[in-house]
Ligand binder design. Structure first.
Ligand code: URA
Length: 461
């Protein structure tokens, strides 16, 4: 009897430790390791609505604070990947290649490089995310184009990529649905900046979308989730490790996010800058990284013998107008208004505009991109709660970047919003986000490292 009882209580204990959500949260909270099955159960139960947001938020915070080891991290990626389908794009000829960024401020590169690469003959099945924390999201930017539709089912996703060599989609309900929900939750629970959570999020959707190879832009600096190169390398290695384990050729670059990319931050404002870039008038930093990433995708797609040649092809696709034509075609295919793209000056403007001016003469020596990103969110370009809608016209336009000379009273940047109540707090944030010094700062490297299956090394072309 006693034996029976202890056996029964052992089963109960096992069940409660495996399937009781509170005990799983407690286990992670107390710094213990969860099994593969426990992580799978948690993710499955959340995806099927058996676990509410508040319990998963608690788990995310515990995972954020105590970390996940390699096995837990692999289990998380796998569970999110298998929460939906793995798309079969074998009907499309050629190597399918995508790019993903770990997130930055003013990071609009996907929108420029996707049409470049597709127009060079490499299929790009791109699944992107929305704004996360202080960073912008490709989907929010695309949706600022009147009528542009990023929501589609798998059949339509396959149809568009088959027709244009390109699709710019949100996660269909079939692709990593667990990540879609976790992503939205992390955005509003301060649980973004975690290597295993970021790696699982990115790789689960990328592995599901039907690619053969992947290029990653891992950002390091004040506007990135990884604030220094050392942490960014760790994230890059985690991402490349997962890609390699799944037999996808994966190359990551560590790029500088110590100031926003380009001059425009905010959804439509960034689309405007992309239109300029695709017509040959992009800012220097934006184009340097765009061509490197696009060139690498063209190389991985088998259309160039090395990255250098890929970069040349990428530049040529802008010069000959083919990238811009591809962009117009995909905007039209996905329901977007192409008149707005060819006449961007007709797009409505935010009702309120304000300027931040320098109170002294000197050089711009630092820009806290996290604070600039947060100010942009406050002005309406991002979300503070899951249910928030973004304002396509809100954002920030920089007049100066690091290293530029500035006079006393000259404008550093302008803010745009439809929320007058946000202006005072955003202005205070922005004033403190920019530093002016007497001496011109040293120019920082835009791309510092490359990571592939052979490891991490200093970047040189
Ligand atoms: N991009 C993603 O898709 N997920 C993250 O967690 C961060 C950046």
């Amino acid at each position: 009897m006693n034996e029976k009882k202890s056996c029964f209580s052992a089963i109960l204990e096992h069940m409660s430790s495996t399937y009781n959500i509170v005990s799983l949260i407690r286990k992670k909270r107390d710094g213990k390791t969860l099994t593969r099955e426990e992580i799978k159960h948690l993710i499955d139960a959340y995806t099927t609505d058996e676990v509410p947001d508040y319990q998963l938020s608690a788990f995310l915070m515990a995972a954020f604070l105590n970390g996940l080891n390699d096995e837990e991290s692999a289990a998380l990626t796998e569970s999110m990947l298998h929460s939906g389908d793995i798309v079969d794009l074998s009907h499309i000829t050629g190597k399918k290649v995508d790019k993903h960024s770990t997130g930055g401020v003013g990071d609009k590169l996907s929108l420029i490089l996707a049409p470049i690469v597709a127009s060079a003959g490499v299929p790009v099945p791109m699944i992107s995310g929305r704004g996360l924390g202080h960073t912008g999201g490709t989907l929010d930017k695309l949706e600022s184009i009147t009528g542009f539709n990023v929501d589609m089912d798998l059949a339509r996703y396959k149809e568009i990529i088959g027709k244009h060599n390109l699709v710019l989609a949100g996660q269909t309900k079939e692709i990593a649905p667990a990540d879609k929900r976790l992503y939205a939750l992390r955005d509003v629970t301060a649980t973004v900046e975690s290597i295993p959570l970021i790696a699982g999020s990115i790789m689960s959707k990328k592995l599901a979308e039907g690619i053969d190879a992947l290029v990653l832009d891992v950002k390091a600096g004040s506007g990135a989730f990884m604030k220094n190169v050392k942490d960014a390398i760790q994230l890059g290695e985690a991402l490349v490790g997962i890609g390699t384990n799944f037999d996808k050729e994966t190359i990551a670059y560590i790029t500088n996010m110590n100031q926003p990319l380009g001059y425009k931050i905010g959804n439509w404002l960034e689309i405007e800058e992309c239109i300029d870039a695709m017509q040959g008038n992009g800012p220097e930093d934006v184009m340097e990284i765009t061509h490197l990433l696009a060139g690498t995708m063209i190389y991985l797609g088998g259309k160039a013998t090395d990255v250098k040649e890929g970069i040349q092809i990428s530049k040529q696709q802008i010069e000959n107008g083919e990238a811009f034509n591809k962009w117009l075609n995909i905007v039209a295919e996905q329901g977007g208004d192409t008149d707005i793209i060819t006449n961007p000056e007709t797009y409505p403007k935010a009702e309120y505009e304000f300027e931040i001016k320098s109170n002294k003469e000197g050089y711009i020596s630092a820009m806290n991109s996290f604070e600039i990103g947060m100010a942009s969110v406050e002005l309406g370009a991002g979300r503070r709660m899951k249910e928030d809608t973004v304002d396509p016209t809100a954002g920030i336009v920089l007049e100066k970047k690091i290293g530029d000379k500035i006079d006393k009273g000259e404008t550093i940047l302008s803010g745009y919003t439809n929320k007058p109540s946000a202006i005072e707090a955003a202005s205070n944030t922005l004033v403190n986000a920019v530093t002016v010094d007497e001496t011109k700062p040293e120019k920082e490297l835009l791309v510092s490292k490359v990571i592939d299956r052979r490891g991490c090394r200093a970047f040189e072309l």
